[in-house]
Design a binder for this molecule. Structure first.
Ligand code: GFB
Length: 327
C-alpha cells in the first residue's frame, strides 16, 4: 500500500462545520471526527435553511468556521430523482452556492464538497476516472441531481482559481450504512431491499419485488469508510480535480439482492419488475488516485450490509409486516 500523503491541514484544535449532520454522511462524519481533536460545529434545519442565502451568510459570519464539509444535500434513489427533478436541481444548486460563497466571505481556510456517482456520463468507460466528467450525456433519471453536483464541483475549482481558496471536492460512489433512509419513495437500493426482505421474512411472503432487470452493476461503499476518506482528504489533499472515493469492485443488483437475502435470512424468491427503470447500466469508480495517496476502504460489502441491517432493526424497522411500493 502507498505511503500516506503528508498532512498539510491538521484538524487538531480547529472549528469544523459539518453541514448536513443529520444525514447518513453527516452522522458518519460526526462519529469519525470525534477521534480528531477538533471542535465540530452543527446547526439545525429550523435555525438555518441552507437553501436560503441570507440564513447561511448570517450563520457563517457569526460562527466563522475554519473548515467546512458540505455533507448536506437533497438526496434519494432512482424513484425520487426521477419524480422530483425540480427539488433535486434547485435545492442542491442553492446549498452548494450558498455554503461555498459564505465560506469564502467568512475566510474559511478549507472546504470539502461532495459529488455523487451520477455526475459521470451514463456510458462512461468503466471504471470511471475523474477526467470522465462532462465527456458525454448524463443518465436521464438523475441528470437534475447530477447537474447540481457538477456545479458544486466546478464552484470549488473556480473559487480555487479566482480567490486562491483551498476548496476541494470528493466524489463518492453509491453509499449505504447506519442512518440510511428506509422510506421506499426516497431510498436507494440497499435500504429498499433490506426493508423489503425483512418485512417479507416477518410476514412469510415468499416473494420480493426488485425494480428493473437486476442486471445493472453498482459499487457500494459503507458510509464509515467514506467518512474516513473525507477526513483523510481534508488533511492531506489540495487540488482542483475532485477525487473518487469507492470500494473498487461492483456487483449486479441481482447479486446484491441475494447477498441481502442471506444477511436478512429471507429464503423466498425475487420478482423483477422490468417496467421500472434500471438507471445507469454500470457505475464503478476508478479509485487509483486516492489509493496512490495511501487510503484504502476497510468494510467489505457483506460485513457492511450486516451492520446496516442491525441498524435498521434497532432504529427504523416498524411492526408493519409489509411496505407500500411507490407508484
Ligand atoms: O440505489 P438506486 O436508487 O440508485 O438504484 P442509482 C440502483 C439500482 O437498483 C437501479 C435498482 O437499477 C434500481 O432500478 N433497484 C431494484 C432499486 N430495486 C430497487 C428498489 O426497491 N429501490 C431502489 N431505489 N432501487 C441514484 C441516483 O442512482 O444513486 C442518484 O438516482 C445518486 O442521483 C445515487 O447518484 C447515488 O445508482 O440508480
Amino acid at each position: 500500500m502507498a505511503e500516506s500523503a503528508p498532512v498539510i491541514f491538521p484538524l487538531t484544535g480547529r472549528r469544523i462545520f459539518v453541514a448536513g449532520h443529520c444525514g447518513m454522511v453527516g452522522g458518519a462524519l460526526l462519529r469519525r471526527l470525534a477521534r480528531e481533536h477538533c471542535a465540530v460545529l452543527t446547526v439545525g434545519r429550523r435555525e438555518v435553511d441552507l437553501r436560503r442565502q441570507a440564513d447561511v451568510e448570517r450563520w457563517f459570519s457569526a460562527a466563522r468556521p475554519e473548515a467546512v464539509i458540505v455533507a448536506a444535500a437533497t438526496v434519494g434513489g432512482i424513484f425520487a430523482n426521477d419524480t422530483r427533478p425540480a427539488e433535486f436541481l434547485y435545492d442542491n444548486l442553492q446549498i452548494a452556492s450558498n455554503v461555498i460563497e459564505a465560506a469564502r466571505r467568512s475566510e474559511t481556510k478549507k472546504l470539502l464538497f461532495l459529488g455523487s456517482s451520477c455526475i459521470y456520463p451514463r456510458l462512461a468507460a468503466q471504471p470511471m476516472v475523474e477526467d470522465a466528467l462532462l465527456s458525454g450525456p448524463l443518465e436521464p433519471t438523475n441528470q437534475w441531481y447530477a447537474v447540481a453536483k457538477i456545479a458544486g464541483l466546478k464552484l470549488c475549482a473556480a473559487y480555487r482559481r479566482q480567490y486562491g481558496a483551498d476548496f476541494i471536492s470528493a466524489q463518492p460512489t453509491n453509499l449505504y450504512g447506519p442512518g440510511d433512509t428506509y422510506d421506499l419513495t426516497a431510498s436507494h437500493v440497499v435500504p429498499a431491499l433490506i426493508a423489503k426482505t425483512h418485512y417479507a421474512k416477518l410476514s412469510g411472503a415468499g416473494e420480493v419485488e426488485i425494480w428493473g432487470t437486476g442486471a445493472p452493476r453498482r459499487e457500494f461503499l459503507h458510509v464509515d469508510d467514506l467518512a474516513d476518506a473525507l477526513v483523510f482528504l481534508m488533511m492531506r489533499y489540495s487540488g482542483e480535480s475532485h477525487v473518487n472515493v469507492g470500494w473498487g469492485e461492483d456487483v449486479s443488483i441481482r447479486e446484491l439482492a441475494e447477498l441481502i437475502a442471506e444477511v436478512v435470512g429471507f429464503t423466498g424468491t425475487f420478482r423483477y419488475d422490468t417496467a421500472r427503470p434500471d438507471g445507469a447500466p454500470r457505475k464503478l469508480l476508478d479509485v487509483s488516485k486516492l489509493a496512490a495517496m495511501g487510503w484504502r476502504p476497510r468494510i467489505a460489502l457483506r460485513d457492511g450490509l450486516a451492520d446496516a441491517y442491525r441498524w435498521f432493526v434497532a432504529n427504523a424497522a416498524t411492526s408493519r409486516d409489509q411496505v407500500a411500493t411507490p407508484t
